[in-house]
Write a protein that binds this ligand. Structure first.
Ligand code: NAI
Length: 328
């Protein structure tokens, strides 16, 4: 028998958790032949709800689910984990300033980083979905000095998938025709979904669209503000699509990107494309043997330059704020 792969999920009793756990347990991340052990972290008041979710997981009798541990102590839940999906975060409440939001999330992601540092498996890979995802990832990474920095990444795959879907709909092609989509910058309204390097059926996507007005004034804002549009329509924030993207992200990190394609991941900047070193920013990346690398050598025109700079300036401000709070 194969040893189960240990996957931690935080915020497991939340909306995204309710979609994510069942897909993980059914083999969507590791395939049908690899047993998975779920290690689920919640805050104490949410443990009862989580027990109910675990009852439902039991009731699915998933062949690949080799066990479930739940608890409110990251030092216990992160023990031996190979993948950590950090979903639970503090949402912005009424009247909360950005500084308050960053501080509240620092109170979550700094101790979780420390707990991962002390207890996770030596091959741990950490995906941060909880918002503000990029800066939360920076906080977790900075509090885990013994884990290689390249093992931390934040989710911009949902934005990437949204961009693919919008472009496919515009051109009337299947999503499988679209390659080399890129989200640059922050997972926020300043993000830059880039069609100048994307391809549709082998052809440049911006040329295939042939409509700079649509690209600048419809496509980019539609992708960047999709989260708000979902809230408006559904009455709560995107959850199933966020869970699906979290699995896509973690699975690409394991399986790699296809030849002739890349994905978008928020990873530690080495200064590529003028993105300040040390920020966790979204880039075009290829993945091979479990290691990501930033795609090099893309030409960035003035339009793209301004968009990338605006989003990374926001990331730099967030970094200054959490530095000021002593979180990194
Ligand atoms: P939710 O509010 O339904 O669930 C969050 C859960 O996290 C709650 O059950 C809460 O008790 C738990 N939690 C809070 N602090 C915790 C801690 N210290 N340890 C463990 N659990 C803790 O929220 P939902 O809809 O599931 O979203 C989760 C996060 O994902 C939010 O921050 C949301 O903004 C973010 N998100 C990110 C996306 C992305 O593309 N990066 C897309 C959609 C959502």
């Amino acid at each position: 028998t194969t040893t189960p792969v240990k996957v931690a999920v935080t915020g497991a009793a939340g909306q995204i958790g309710y979609s994510l756990l069942f897909r993980l347990a059914s083999g969507a991340l590791l395939g049908p032949d690899t047993p998975i052990q779920l290690r689920l972290l919640e805050i104490t008041p949410a443990l009862k709800t989580l027990e109910g979710v675990v009852m439902e997981l039991d009731d699915c009798a998933f062949p690949t689910l080799a066990g479930v541990e739940i608890g409110d102590d990251p030092n216990v839940i992160f023990d031996g984990v190979n993948h950590a999906l950090l979903v639970g975060a503090r949402p912005r409440g009424p009247g909360m300033e950005r500084g308050d939001l960053l501080e509240a999330n620092g109170g979550i992601f700094a101790p979780q980083g420390k707990a991962l540092n002390a207890h996770a498996a030596s091959d741990v890979r950490v995906t941060i979905t909880g918002n503000p995802a990029n800066t939360n990832a920076l906080i977790a990474m900075s509090n885990a000095p013994d884990i290689p920095t390249e093992r931390f990444s934040a989710l911009t795959r949902l934005d990437h998938n949204r961009a693919i879907s919008q472009l496919a709909a515009k051109l009337g092609v299947p999503v499988t025709e679209i390659k080399k989509m890129t989200i640059w910058g922050n997972h926020s309204a300043t993000q830059y979904p880039d069609l100048f390097h994307a391809e549709v059926g082998g052809r440049n996507a911006a040329e295939a669209v042939g409509d700079q007005d649509w690209l600048a004034n419809t496509f980019i804002p539609t992708v960047a503000k999709r989260g708000a549009a979902i809230i408006e329509a559904r009455g709560s924030s995107s959850a199933a699509s966020a869970a699906s993207a979290t699995i896509d992200h973690a699975r690409t990190w394991i399986d790699g990107t296809a030849e002739g394609d890349w994905t978008s991941m928020s990873v530690l900047s080495d200064g590529s494309y003028g993105v300040p070193e040390g920020l966790i920013s979204s880039f075009p990346v290829t993945v091979s043997d479990g290691q990501w690398s930033i795609v090099q050598g893309l030409e960035i025109d003035d339009f793209s330059r301004a968009k990338i700079d605006a989003s990374t300036a926001e990331l730099a401000e967030e970094r200054e704020a959490v530095k000021g709070l002593g979180l990194i």
